[in-house]
Write a protein that binds this ligand. Structure first.
Ligand SMILES: C[S@@+](CC[C@H](N)C(=O)[O-])C[C@H]1O[C@@H](n2cnc3c(N)ncnc32)[C@H](O)[C@@H]1O
Length: 243
């Protein structure tokens, strides 16, 4: 794994964070050191996908990046009759995913599609859809439409697994959660400079909702029930079920 040193040196002019080649190259290390319980979240997603998968359906991973979730899903669902679809707007991320899958072929049929989730996504015949740390990068204006398109293309009895960074409520708790999150990143080897520069680069790009906003987004756009399956300070994982 290539070490993430993207924000190591001081930058005179910080660009907005993006998912191009420089990020894709180091992304797996960035995820491991920046997302608490990243591999446990992947395991839980695979496990719950196993609870909701339906024969002859598709499992979508939206914002699939370098393919880690697709690989975890393949392990959990290899005995099922279903196909995997990974979608991402970044060609560079999908190129890394493709390389990994070439090295260790998946057992289930899997396609990788380049698509911007803000532009008329069509979901077809899904039983499970995953948005793992992706919805936070979709501009709020497009979130209702995206969730209702996903629900529309999901079979009755199917589910959406959504993992997001969230805003603590009230703001005192938000500040404390973020303080503990930055301490986690420091324990994983990031310097104060790296943490501060990444925070600034993400400012207008990653827009977290409060827990209550995520729940209402799901419940008003086609899901009948939702609950939290994961929580660590300012990270939350939701499962939403379609009737
Ligand atoms: C934090 S990463 C997701 C991590 C990944 N789901 C995992 O489990 O490792 C966010 C991903 O969403 C993708 N993304 C961001 N905005 C997007 C958009 N508008 N349409 C499609 N993909 C987008 C990025 O290219 C990136 O690969």
């Amino acid at each position: 794994m290539i070490k993430d040193e993207h924000f190591k040196d001081p930058k005179a002019c910080l660009e907005d964070f993006n998912f191009g080649a420089d990020t894709a190259r180091v992304f797996d290390d960035m995820l491991d050191r920046s997302v608490p319980f990243y591999s446990e979240i992947q395991r839980m997603i695979g496990e719950m996908a196993g609870d909701f998968v339906q024969a002859g359906s598709r499992i979508y991973d939206l914002g699939c990046s370098t393919g880690n979730t697709l690989i975890a899903l393949d392990q959990c669902l290899k005995e099922e009759r279903c196909e995997l679809v990974g979608v991402d707007a970044s060609e560079e991320m999908l190129a890394v995913a493709r390389q990994k899958i070439l090295k260790r072929p998946l057992q289930l049929p899997c396609s990788l599609e380049v698509q911007n989730l803000e532009q008329g996504l069509v979901i077809d015949n899904a039983s499970v859809v995953i948005l793992n740390l992706t919805l936070q990068f979709i501009r709020p204006l497009y979130r209702d439409d995206l969730i209702s398109r996903i629900a529309e293309g999901t079979r009755p009895g199917g589910c959406l697994l959504l993992v997001e960074k969230v805003l603590g409520e009230p703001s005192l708790l938000n500040r404390l959660f973020i303080k503990h999150f930055y301490a986690f990143k420091k324990r994983n080897g990031y310097t104060d400079m790296e943490i501060a520069q990444k925070r600034e680069a993400l400012e207008n790009v990653l827009i977290p909702y409060q827990d209550s906003e995520n729940r209402s987004l799901l419940l008003k756009n086609g899901y009948s029930a939702c609950d939290v399956f994961f929580r660590w300070y300012n990270f939350s994982g939701y499962i939403a079920i379609k009737d």
